[in-house]
Write a protein that binds this ligand. Structure first.
Ligand SMILES: [Zn+2]
Length: 445
């Protein structure tokens, strides 16, 4: 198969005007200027950009069906409402909800997603949708019961079920597993340490929501604020560490190069140094942070210290949509506004969304750029709209103008998942009907 477009953006090398990508057996066989082979042999997108499929560094696909049902703020009220909504949901809702989220990502040009799942449905959702990714099984435990050993036994059973699902769909090479002890206000100290130990023994990476909100920082530093009041009310013993959240995780020996910290919106300079030394990465989800009033993460400072940053949409119930281009634009502009610096550059941002993102998840040998020998994870983005006119720099065009609706084609592992508004392999209208039926039967509020 030959893919052609006015621009080919390999990311790892300079853009090729009027280029083509040759795909053979699920692999990229060649990336070159347009050949003289007749059009009949090629899929020519014309006025478009061909580039690697994108990396979404943090998501909760199963919450897609909850979109629009939680507009509470500040963060504490939002997360309390989310917990209440989840408690009303029938378990059968989670899989179609996650599949709808996967469809939205595919239509946005995402080929790899890092997803945190409580219900555990993300492995099947990614496998069925044809996506690549990392699925972190979430762990919660703040009240004294059940004890750590029980929670770890349950975790082991869930991971075993995930491995069987991966085998059933022959997706073990595309999708890897991890563990997500959710946050310091939902996972007690002993459990956090036990999960760290478990993950080390099992060679599983960790994902932790950390330093997201001022409420979380107040809890950790002073044992005060909304979370602390809730613990008193529920008679949950909580010994606050008297240091901010990431410093606590550092002191507890949790931080290491296999840890992803989600948000780190409130990370303080000393914590940033600890993060850099430990080699953790950060998932940056700026629309979610803005919507839930938690601030703007210090991405500029993180990158200066060499902390790898990936971009994530977070869930549809926090960010509103899974449009990764919206996330990209908001991230780039909010950082400029907050840091008064033109760094990361447009090109840096596109790398974060592709090659640098792939590197953080250890898959850059296979995906993240258009290079001979890599897997064929390729998207085509049409640049017909008026807003693209007189945009000579394709990187600037992608950051400032691109949106999901421009994506014409998404291929993962040589398999076409989406072409001109149609999903191949996912019956999206049927999934929508299924979700609507659940909501009609048991309206969530
Ligand atoms: Zn999250």
């Amino acid at each position: 198969m030959i893919l052609r477009a006015r621009w080919v953006l390999p990311v790892s090398s300079e853009p090729i005007p009027d280029g083509e990508v040759v795909v053979e057996g699920g692999q990229i066989a060649e990336v070159r200027p347009r050949s003289s082979l007749p059009d009949g042999d090629a899929l020519d997108f014309g006025d478009a950009i061909l580039m690697p499929a994108l990396v979404n560094g943090h998501c909760h696909l199963e919450y897609t069906a909850l979109r629009g049902l939680n507009d509470r703020t500040p963060f504490f009220d939002w997360i309390r409402t989310l917990v209440a909504l989840k408690a009303q949901c029938p378990p059968e809702l989670w899989l179609p909800s996650a599949l709808l989220g996967a469809a939205e990502l595919i239509a946005s040009g995402v080929g790899f997603v890092s997803d945190n799942t409580d219900a555990g449905v993300s492995v099947e959702a990614l496998a069925r949708a044809g996506l690549r990714g990392r699925v972190y099984q979430e762990v919660f435990g703040i009240a004294p019961e059940p004890d750590d050993a029980t929670i770890l036994r349950e975790l082991t059973a869930k991971l075993e079920a995930h491995r069987q699902t991966l085998q059933r769909y022959e997706a073990s090479e595309r999708i890897t597993l991890g563990v997500a002890p959710h946050a310091i206000y939902t996972v007690r100290d002993s459990l956090m340490r036990a999960v760290r130990q478990y993950a080390r023994e099992e060679s599983l990476p960790l994902s932790i929501h950390a330093a997201e909100s001022s409420e979380e920082v107040a809890l950790a530093r002073a044992g005060s604020g909304s979370f602390a009041e809730m613990f008193v009310e529920r008679k949950i013993p909580y010994l606050h560490p008297r240091v901010p959240p990431i410093e606590y995780l550092h002191n507890a020996g949790i931080l290491a190069s296999d840890v992803q910290l989600v948000h780190a919106t409130r990370a303080e300079p000393r914590e940033l140094e600890m993060m850099a030394r430990a080699g953790v990465s950060v998932a940056h989800c700026p629309r979610s942070n803005a919507r839930l009033l938690t601030g703007v993460a210090p991405v500029y400072a993180m990158r200066r210290l060499g902390i790898p940053v990936v971009l994530g949409t977070d869930s549809a119930v926090s960010a509103g949509s899974l449009d990764i281009w919206e996330e990209l634009r908001f991230a780039a502009l909010a950082q400029r506004a907050a840091s008064y610096a033109a760094s990361p550059s447009w090109r840096d941002w596109v790398r974060i969304l592709t090659l640098d993102g792939a590197k953080v998840f250890g898959v850059d040998a296979h995906i993240g750029s258009l290079e001979v020998g890599k897997r064929a994870d390729v998207i085509a983005l049409r640049t017909h709209r008026l807003a693209y006119a007189s945009m000579p720099d394709p990187y600037a065009a992608l950051v400032l103008v691109a949106r999901s609706e421009d994506v014409a084609f998404t291929m993962v592992d040589g398999r076409v998942l989406y072409h001109d508004g149609r999903w191949i392999g996912l019956d999206v209208p049927a999934l929508q009907q299924e979700v609507e039926r659940w909501q009609e039967n048991a309206p969530l509020h």
